[in-house]
Design a protein around this ligand. Sequence first.
Ligand SMILES: C[S@@+](CC[C@H](N)C(=O)[O-])C[C@H]1O[C@@H](n2cnc3c(N)ncnc32)[C@H](O)[C@@H]1O
Length: 408
Amino acid sequence: MSRVNSVSEFISIAYSDSTHVEPGVSSSVQSQSSHMVASGYGNPVPGISSQMVFVTSGEPGGGSALITGRATETKRRMTRVHRAFCFLVSRISTDSGPHPIMQFPLTRGVERGQMSTLSHADRLHETLEQWLENTKVGDPEKLHSDLPRRWERFDNVALLPLHSFTSDLWTEIISETWWAEVAEALKVERLFRKGEIKGERRESTAELLYGEGVDVERIEHGVRFVYRITECMFSQGNLNERARMGSINVEGEQILDLYAGIGYYTLPLLVGSKTTEVIATEWNPNAIRDLHKGLLRNGVENRCTVIEGDNRTHGKRLQGCFDRVILGLLPQPWEGLQTAVEALRPEGGILHVHGIAPVENPEYWESEVIDRLKAIVPDAKIRGVEGIRVKSYAPHWDHRVLDVQIES
Ligand SMILES: C[S@@+](CC[C@H](N)C(=O)[O-])C[C@H]1O[C@@H](n2cnc3c(N)ncnc32)[C@H](O)[C@@H]1O
């Protein structure tokens, strides 16, 4: 195959792991392409690099391809790439029908100097390939297919999924040097592996695999969340709700965040929505420590009071003075409803009630929220204003939030 220098006259197919697209590669090719045929295939063959860009001639019947993302060409890898390529070809169709891409031109597309165009997933496969070539330990096919396919990157951290590198396959490989190589491949300085979220305090047990320091920072919509990743959880899925809390009109309001955690809603309310004051209650000392860090980091510590301990025991300190109360407790915040209702001003206010609802029938959960509130304040006017899906919680169950207006 002749090396393709300009992609503008070609059809391109960006193929990538859906969660890890390297923007610099696929998007630039896509934007220059005359016609986009297909994108977003899942990884068809275990061990295949998670990103390749195929550039094919626009002429029906003719074709050429550029595969990037692989730096070396072993026979085994060529076989794998070839299988992946055939998989893709079998699914490609254009206006003129199935488009055969007959030439199979595995090039050394990405040489050392071009390594920056590799995706992190590619680099991880490269690292493993290199390691295996040097050490000759383990079963390459199995190891490649057991590499993690997605991870979160933020700060200078990669947070690997639960069970990554835990199978026996890795026993001979895992070492400080291996972790250093993985960190280098993912372009981070620290590696963590996710743990289960455990106990009534919803604590995470992320484990430090490589690097130093366990405090991390995530920045979302201009809000800085600081937390000790080995002790506190951070739910990425609540992003939209955090963003909503950072954009609602709450000027001049007094707000109570009953289950504040590290400040998922408290911080956006203070930074984005510029509420006058938030009272945050929380009983987990680890979360309280990180909430204070977040308040300082965002420069909003003067507008927040953190009350430590079980929020059901604060009595008069929380009663009758809030315009809005957030109940962010899963699976259900029933135990906090009484406290929340009593915390509202005598004329009433808004509750943001979180909980787990059946995907097929969220109204069932919403009416339970309203019924439980009616049982607490039978004379009040209670109205569900808006129900929002926050994220999937489990098969058939969503995390939802219901905004409820209570008028006394
Ligand atoms: C699921 S986390 C919520 C964090 C954040 N508000 C959210 O929605 O993602 C629940 C938090 O409430 C705290 N919590 C649970 N029951 C509590 C109680 N009775 N008093 C104070 N804090 C409590 C837990 O420690 C935990 O940090």
